[in-house]
Design a protein around this ligand. Sequence first.
Ligand SMILES: *[C@@H]1O[C@H](CO)[C@@H](O)[C@H](O)[C@H]1NC(C)=O
Ligand SMILES: *[C@@H]1O[C@H](CO)[C@@H](O)[C@H](O)[C@H]1NC(C)=O
Ligand SMILES: *[C@@H]1O[C@H](CO)[C@@H](O)[C@H](O)[C@H]1NC(C)=O
Ligand SMILES: *[C@@H]1O[C@H](CO)[C@@H](O)[C@H](O)[C@H]1NC(C)=O
Ligand SMILES: *[C@@H]1O[C@H](CO)[C@@H](O)[C@H](O)[C@H]1NC(C)=O
Ligand SMILES: *[C@@H]1O[C@H](CO)[C@@H](O)[C@H](O)[C@H]1NC(C)=O
Length: 617
Amino acid sequence: MAFLRGAVLALVLLICLNRSVRGKVELTMNDNLEVYLFDSAEIPCRYSFTGLDKEPSFVMIQWFVRAAGNGSRMRIFYSDASQQIVDNNTDYSGRIEVTSDQRGTTLLVRNVQLSDEKEFFCQVNGLAAGYAERKTHLRVFAPPEAPVIEGIPSGISVTNTMPSKVASCEARNGFPKPNITWYRNDEPLIPAAGQVNMIILVTREYRGFYSVQSTLEYKLAKEDKDSRFSCEVSFSVPGAVRTMASHSINVTVHYPTTMVELWKELPQGLVKEGDTVELRCQGDGNPPPPFIFSKEQEPDVELESGGDVLVLPSVSRKDSGVYQCRPLDSAGQAEVKGEVQLTVHYLDPAVVVPKDSEVMLKGENLVASCNALSSLKTVTVWYKDGKQVGHGNTLHLDDATYETSGEYICEVTVPSLPSLHTSGSVHIIVQGGPQVVGVEEEVQLEEVAGRTVNLSCEARGHPPPSISWNIVGSQNWQEVMSKANDHMTHSMVSIKVNSDVTAVCNASNDMGTEVKVFSIKAIPRVTRTAPFSPVEGSGVIIVVIILCLLLLAFLGSILYFLHKKGKIPCGRSGKQEITKEKPTKDDIVVEMKNNPKNEDAVLLKAVNGEKKGPNDQ
Ligand SMILES: *[C@@H]1O[C@H](CO)[C@@H](O)[C@H](O)[C@H]1NC(C)=O
Ligand SMILES: *[C@@H]1O[C@H](CO)[C@@H](O)[C@H](O)[C@H]1NC(C)=O
Ligand SMILES: *[C@@H]1O[C@H](CO)[C@@H](O)[C@H](O)[C@H]1NC(C)=O
Ligand SMILES: *[C@@H]1O[C@H](CO)[C@@H](O)[C@H](O)[C@H]1NC(C)=O
Ligand SMILES: *[C@@H]1O[C@H](CO)[C@@H](O)[C@H](O)[C@H]1NC(C)=O
Ligand SMILES: *[C@@H]1O[C@H](CO)[C@@H](O)[C@H](O)[C@H]1NC(C)=O
């Protein structure tokens, strides 16, 4: 009602007074005012009257609002000298306040809404003093939420002819409509036909906000497997443009295999028979395609593999050759393949000639050989009784003796592949008549009668000789030891010596006979008739010595007497005879011991180191 009455009054005054008075209103307003959502907007409207002597007595001020581009407008405020009215039943009824002074009026809009993005008109009417109207466009800003980027989880193939969807980006609830810009490796992407497309979907939310979604379509290349894509939302705020960036995403790029490599992964180094070999195939395609393995000789025979690994368990030399792998996806490109040469090394068992065992005659020569076939260079070494006796494939056994007999082992090794080795052996038997061990054929011994001697007789020969003893001079003997092996017989007899004994050791086999003769001379036992105490014994000896000394003195005096008389010539010969009495090596030394516990006289006789006395002195 107030609005209608004011409007009618203004219209009447305008018609009646306008022509009669020549006055003018100067009115200034900002074209735009930018505020954040929910802030307060202060819209000033300054005016002054010109061409008048004095201030007009009646000034009417009205505020109108009009949606941009919408013809009809709505009054929200009226004031004149007598009254100030905020129009009822408008969006602004409770939210606006108008303050006025001599210079102008200001409209305050509190709690600005998105719907307040309108034109606000300030109309000043001084009747005869003049009339003017201007407007300010109120612009409301609401920053959107941070942009959300989403990639495509599945891989994208570079073989697609058209740009494919790579990612989408959404910025929600902004005002005015925000923009989305795409970046690839921090370089902005510009739409380009056949290369880059951006599909933008703008949604007006029911509260008036804008949500913008942009979908990037991009023609990927293989290099884009490392590219990072991101989006950025740009939006206006009062007096500025701001941006917010999303995080970066990478894309899974699928590209065909153009190159394949095949290599031996296991074992490291040279391959030998029995090894388990693993060949791995790798291509540059993504995703890695399954591979087909084959051998060059039989390209159509597909070898069973586990994807990219071909396992060859326990290889043999037959598995040597060129192996190939091809990606399953490269149907047309047969040249995309990997190759590797596999060489399986081997060492065959050693073949020794002569085989197993060989009989040689004494003095004969023999050449033994040991050969093991191998794909690599080998080294052969011969051993006998743990000692190295030869080097190389052949072993020369010249002028065989019984020492030549035995087991010969040849060991074949491969220096470049130490785990490859083999060995073989040959048993050499030297055949010949018996050969009794020892320097002399006849041994002279002396032994105290009543004691026991052991005689040892050892004879070599093959077949192993049999030893028989022929003992003359003693019934009391027995063989205490008899040992024989392939090429040696050893016998020992124990003989009680009572009188002189001759013992003949007769070693014989098919090839001949050899004897060894032991001659034992029995020495009578030295005995004492009565035992005596050491003190008595010494006394007797002292008496004997004194008597001897007296006898010597007596003889000496007679000799001196005769010399004085000139009957005996004095020369060197006498002294020489005394020195000659020194016992020679072969004489028997009798030693008397004064120990009553050991009543035996000990006989020492060295027989060329062969036999020692019972006391081992
Ligand atoms: C506006 O409404 C109020 C109460 O609702 C009333 O008192 C006032 O007279 C009304 N003004 C006009 C101009 O209709
Ligand atoms: C103009 O504004 C009025 C009131 O705000 C509204 O009812 C009407 O639909 C608008 N017309 C157009 C064409 O925007
Ligand atoms: C959005 O893009 C349009 C068209 O390119 C441009 O006119 C406008 O200024 C941009 N707005 C922002 C906030 O960047
Ligand atoms: C992106 O890259 C990271 C590390 O560079 C990787 O872990 C992730 O799997 C990649 N994501 C895609 C979709 O390729
Ligand atoms: C002779 O040999 C036997 C048996 O080996 C041994 O018991 C004995 O002591 C030996 N006798 C001598 C005098 O060496
Ligand atoms: C040794 O024994 C062999 C065979 O028993 C016999 O033929 C040979 O005559 C014997 N030789 C001697 C010296 O006893």
